[in-house]
Design a protein around this ligand. Structure first.
Ligand SMILES: [Zn+2]
Length: 270
């Protein structure tokens, strides 16, 4: 698999689709970010058809459960996947990022011995994870991703990092935490970006000792650096001033009235 001069993926498992509505190119030096999504749809094909049709949403890629890939938008062109969003000092992440959609039904409801998606699709317990979302306190049911899908997503991200100098990989749930829950807890986001971006980690400025403010509303503050640690106080509101005590793998230990760990994505440094 490779990225050609038209900014298209070329490979056995890649299907190119026309998506004429997206025409505007990224500014020079961009994209530098990848945003991961789930489709909350029935199949990769149906999601690829929908996103390339005359609707106000699209993405660069849709990756199916067997690792098949639909490309809708060339990587030098802005797609419409992020919506109203922010990260660090930036707003409107479409103009900075490649959007990758993974075919996944999202949150499921338990119905008897099965699990049901919002569109009526039914799933067996072996395809379901009961887990807490990073932005929430209660556990719920989520369709799992396939290993083929995660592996293919990792391969594609590696190519994008090499070709475009991608520095950041984020979940939609991190750039629009009040609206979005994708890719959700079934996707190993922290491990995924740690594997892919570890070689770039030393390039990131260390914010230890700085003052910052919270940019995401209801930011969970935890006992340790990761979503598996319990929250230790009510979530922090937008605009809460904090002091950065320590940093580790996308998490920042902050001090406000109390001290604890928060996701680095939701702080803006003074
Ligand atoms: Zn999304």
């Amino acid at each position: 698999m490779q990225i050609d001069h038209q900014h298209h993926l070329a490979g056995n498992q890649v299907i190119q689709k026309d998506c004429p509505k997206n025409k505007i190119k990224f500014e020079s030096g961009l994209p530098d970010t990848i945003v991961i999504h789930f489709t909350a749809g029935r199949s990769a094909e149906s999601s690829a058809n929908y996103l390339s049709s005359d609707v106000k949403a699209s993405a660069h890629l849709v990756i199916g459960r067997a690792g098949e890939i639909y490309q809708l938008v060339a990587f030098d062109t802005i797609a419409w996947h992020a919506g109203e969003s922010q990260y660090g000092g930036r707003t409107g992440l479409n103009k900075y990022s490649i959007g990758i959609e993974l075919d996944n039904a999202g949150e499921l409801k338990r119905v008897g011995t099965e699990y049901q998606a919002w569109f009526g699709g039914r799933y067996q317990p072996t395809d379901v994870l009961y887990a807490r979302h990073r932005n929430e306190t209660m556990r719920s049911y989520w369709q799992t991703y396939t290993q083929e899908q995660i592996d293919m997503c990792e391969q594609v991200c590696q190519l994008l990092i090499e070709k475009y100098g991608i520095k950041t990989i984020l979940g939609h749930e991190e750039i629009a935490p009040t609206r979005k829950r994708d890719p959700g807890p079934a996707f190993p986001l922290d491990k995924f970006r740690q594997n892919l971006l570890s070689q770039n980690r030393t390039d990131e400025p260390d914010e230890t000792g700085k003052e910052a403010v919270v940019t995401g509303d209801l930011l969970n503050i935890r006992a340790g650096a990761g979503v598996d640690f319990p929250t230790i106080a009510p979530p922090l509101a937008v605009g809460t001033p904090v002091k950065v005590l320590e940093e580790k793998e996308g998490w920042v230990k902050v001090e406000t009235k109390i001290s604890g760990w928060v996701s680095k994505a939701f702080l803006k440094y003074e």
